[in-house]
Design a protein around this ligand. Structure first.
Ligand code: FAD
Length: 380
């Protein structure tokens, strides 16, 4: 498809990732769903091919590309139909590690980024707590300065890559007296730090090959060098990176929804009912055409917003509209595609059944639809 937002280089990248998805994810995805995790060798392979460092600086092993490259990665991984694999990779590449890339000191980046880009170290971003999700300013995890250390106490929940990660970027209150969003800082916590433990691996409705954990911090000491970015400015770092995360979730949704249409189209062209393929029925054709139209519009808005963001334009309103709209449409499409599969769409052996479960969280994670429309309304 011709588009003003992407170059020839992007087209090559897309073709390479599409092939990678077909050869490396599709044949293995079911087994990884059963295991509840994505093997480290797979992530290393992504690292070797450069897919974990598309946006990271070249001096640390990355490709120094902009958010359009990451959008292609997210959309193509979304087309794999295994959203658990997609989110495992994307949390590492585009939701957690940007905290290090954007706010890290040269010393922190030299120490960690090459391993992040190669897939030797997998990252997680730890903001949500049992008592605070949408309301990030309401977190209770506390970090107190003690000599040359910070001492962290508290807990986190729903943390992607929480079980199998190596490097955790943890939001904690450093000035509990500060009003609202002020007084939060981010810390680098390495797996194995005394007092840091991984609790339950949470069982989920979808994204089953992605590990999601509860984390506990019991007097976890980290050296002052592990403060990531400015003290008490962590809320702004989280909000800034959320923009990027939201574009990624929208891209996943678009990729997944487009693939769901293709799978469903194949199905209704083969499935015979009342003496003809289902696709010969006007209602079925109309239904698919309506869904395809909605995806095309969401996809084009995705590309526009990715381009806008790549120009360095402040586009919180546009990102919020995109995230809400694309993720809602992905769910609408999954519902419609299950319906067109009939009873088979309800069976766990059908791809669309898994895809519809996986898509559900897109309107919740990284900022719910309601929160997104709240951001839009604030700017109207
Ligand atoms: C599978 C999965 C993986 C995740 N991975 C991570 C991760 O890696 N790191 C991380 O930090 N977090 C992660 N999260 C957490 C995720 O970002 C939160 O679940 C999300 O932000 C919503 O927060 P909450 O669950 O506390 O819901 P709540 O904030 O309690 O919201 C509940 C409902 O109330 C609505 N609501 C809340 N506030 C308002 C308001 N002001 N106006 C109108 N409606 C409102 C919401 O829209 C929602 O419908 C993950 C979640 C899931 C399910």
């Amino acid at each position: 498809m011709k588009t003003p937002y992407f170059s020839e280089e992007h087209a090559i990248l897309r073709a390479q990732i599409r092939k990678f998805v077909e050869t490396e994810i599709v044949p293995n995805g079911d087994a990884w769903e059963q295991d509840g995790s994505v093997p480290r060798e797979f992530l290393r392979k992504m690292g070797e091919l450069g897919y974990l460092g598309l946006m990271h600086e070249e001096k640390y092993g990355g490709s120094g590309m902009d958010v359009r490259a990451a959008t292609i990665l997210a959309e193509e991984l979304g087309r794999s139909t295994y959203a658990g694999v997609t989110i495992t990779a994307l949390v590492h590449t585009n939701m957690a590690s940007p905290h290090l890339a954007n706010a890290g000191s040269v010393a922190q980046k030299q120490k960690y980024l090459p391993d992040v880009v190669s897939g030797k170290k997998i990252t997680a971003i730890c903001v949500t707590e049992p008592g605070a999700g949408s309301d990030v300013a309401g977190i209770k995890t506390r970090a107190v300065r003690d000599g040359n250390d910070w001492v962290i106490n508290g807990s986190k929940i729903f943390i992607t890559n929480g079980v199998f990660g190596d490097l955790y970027f943890v939001a904690a209150k450093t000035d509990p007296g500060a009003k609202g969003s002020r007084g939060i800082s981010i810390f680098i916590v390495e797996k194995g730090t005394p007092g840091f433990s991984v609790g339950r691996s949470l069982k989920k409705h979808g994204w089953r090959s992605s590990d999601t954990a509860e984390l506990f911090f019991d007097n976890v000491r980290v050296p002052v060098e592990n403060l990531l970015g400015e003290e008490n400015k962590g809320f702004y770092a989280v909000m800034k990176n959320f923009q990027h995360e939201r574009i990624m979730l929208a891209a996943m949704g678009v990729g997944e929804a487009q693939k769901a249409i293709e799978i469903t189209l194949d199905n209704v062209k083969q499935r015979q009912a009342f003496g003809a393929p289902l696709f010969s029925k006007d209602v079925v054709r109309d239904n698919l055409a309506r869904m395809q139209t909605k995806i095309a519009l969401a996809q084009n808005y995705l590309y526009y917003v990715a381009w806008l963001d790549a120009q360095g334009v402040d586009c919180i309103k546009e990102v919020s509209m995109l995230k809400a709209n694309a993720c809602e449409i992905a769910n609408e499409v999954m519902y419609g595609c299950v319906q067109l599969h009939g009873g088979m769409g309800f069976m766990m052996e059908s791809t669309i059944e898994r895809m519809s479960r996986d898509a559900r969280v897109l309107t919740i994670g990284g900022g719910t639809t309601e929160i997104m429309y709240g951001e839009v309304a604030k700017r109207m």
